[in-house]
Design a protein around this ligand. Sequence first.
Ligand code: AMP
Ligand code: MG
Length: 340
Amino acid sequence: MLSAELKLQIEEATTRLKNGEVVGFPTETVYGLAARIDSEAGIKRIFSTKERPFFDPLIVHVASIEQAKSCTSEWNEMAELLATNFWPGPLTLVLPKSKNISDLITSGLPTVGLRWPAHPVAQELIKAVGVPLAAPSANKFGRTSPTKAQHVREEFGQAVQVIDAGASEIGIESTVISIKFLNDQYQLALLRKGAVLQTKMNEVLFKTRLRFQWVEAIDKKESPGHMQHHYMPSMPFIVCRNPHLKLSELSTILNTRLAELPDLIDGVKIIKPTQAIKKIEFLKLSNDPAQAAREVYSQLRAASLRKPEALCFIQMPQHKGEMWESIFDRLYKAASLIVD
Ligand code: AMP
Ligand code: MG
């Protein structure tokens, strides 16, 4: 049962969405910035509020499999199998879009990303609105995703309502996979790693008679939004993959290499130090990858507020396994520099 306060917030959000506004809302992955899929004004406002380029498509959030079916022209056995096993949850399925999904949402692609979030507040909001919600993460383009309502307020100020339901439980964005049916079998491509792991999907898939293979998304257009730099905090952040480097050696490398970086990569402003770095702060994450995922973005944000000259994460041999790969996907993209 949701509290009376949350119900009021959902009611206000529903009205705002009806008026073509955007609203911040909690999901189990990260906080999203929502607009109704049938509101062109709302969808455009997502891009302008986030300063997001139009080539980066939005994920459509639904509150039932029936609703997902209304957004795709090809709900197949594979979609049904994965949805019944992993929804509601942090898995986005990319399928051919139906006519009611605008090109603005999909960046002109013939496909749409669909997800049924597990968060009860997200579900209540979508049900109250009665229409699926297009929603990217509620942060300025290229920057760290929000995992608390306060983060969303820091990004957009008071102009954007945000429903406050505490911290997101998973902490990193959904796993994204595309589903195609070609030459008598399903072709699955892992477009973004997340908390739904490929091995877990395989466990489900191997129990069925469905023919499938995992493929690489070869065409870059089919896998947009995968810039080399993304999720960047507002300070120089470095991932060091060599745990044997001495602090003095690391400082020397950073001062030379950070100064050499361009100011902008893929439209994302690279955060560089304004003067030679004298003191490095170190990011410490839990050894438990589920906990590390939960805290990584809020730690990056908290460190940004302390304004250190540089923040560094040392990659250790124990950071192994699929969930760590999902976390490192974010850490590498958040980094101004990776040192080996
Ligand atoms: P987010 O930034 O969490 O809103 O997630 C949006 C990301 O989902 C995009 O940057 C793409 O990587 C992926 N995505 C959404 N829709 C599609 C689609 N139709 N085809 C491929 N990837 C998609
Ligand atoms: Mg995002």
